[in-house]
Ligand binder design. Sequence first.
Ligand code: ADP
Length: 253
Amino acid sequence: MNACGLDLNAIRFSYPDGRPVLGGLSLSLKPGSKLALVGANGSGKSTLLGLVAGLLQPQSGSIDIGGLTLCKRNLKEARQRIGFVFQDPDDQLFTGSVYDDVAFGPRNGGLDQAAVRERADAALSTVGIADLADRPPFRLSGGEKRMAAIATVLSMDPGLLVLDEPSAALDPKARRRLISLLSSLSQSMLIATHDLELALELCDETAILFGGAVEAAGRSKDLLADEGLLDRCGLEAPLSVRACPVCGKRAAR
Ligand code: ADP
């Protein structure tokens, strides 16, 4: 599927307890681009991802995915455009083998056996774990599980990947492999993360959530170097862009 754009327009959302979480949030992602969604704990990142994935419904406002405006009637079609990668891979991997997990979506979508195999093999090889196809997911390392979870959504050929904290709990090598995989994929991406170095390296654009709205959105290298803005939003500039306390200069990127 071609990369999908994403438009959120004036989204208002409260949980059943009535406390407003998002109060008129608007956000836009161009087809093929990667957008980092950052914000302090409780700023609404997971809620926003849940809305995009159609797991939650806004009280008002609209969500448009690749030209399709999300509503109850077209939820199935909209979900086919999105690959949602959960923060915890154990929420995504539930069969007895990596292959079966990766083949689950295409099988469920009614593809014939040859097409299912083709999709699953392609997804496993894209994430570099073809050799793990027969392994039980619960025996994999954290990094391998993350790659398997990404393969389960790639096998569905989505146009937009939505990732919740993809680098959480990865060691430096596994994190590096993840960044290199994500930068090689052509899908549009919405990435909620506390890993601002990852945002800086992988995403041209960043949106900062604060107080139920987008406080700032723009080029990652501008926003993530703005220590005053980040501080106001309960965040800290990544080390690589902080000024040196001795000479006052920033490291060259
Ligand atoms: P983040 O992902 O940025 O940490 P969340 O979207 O998880 O933020 O939470 C945003 C706000 O919504 C928080 O105040 C949180 O307490 C509240 N919240 C999250 N989930 C629920 C829920 N199921 N019911 C009620 N409030 C919730």
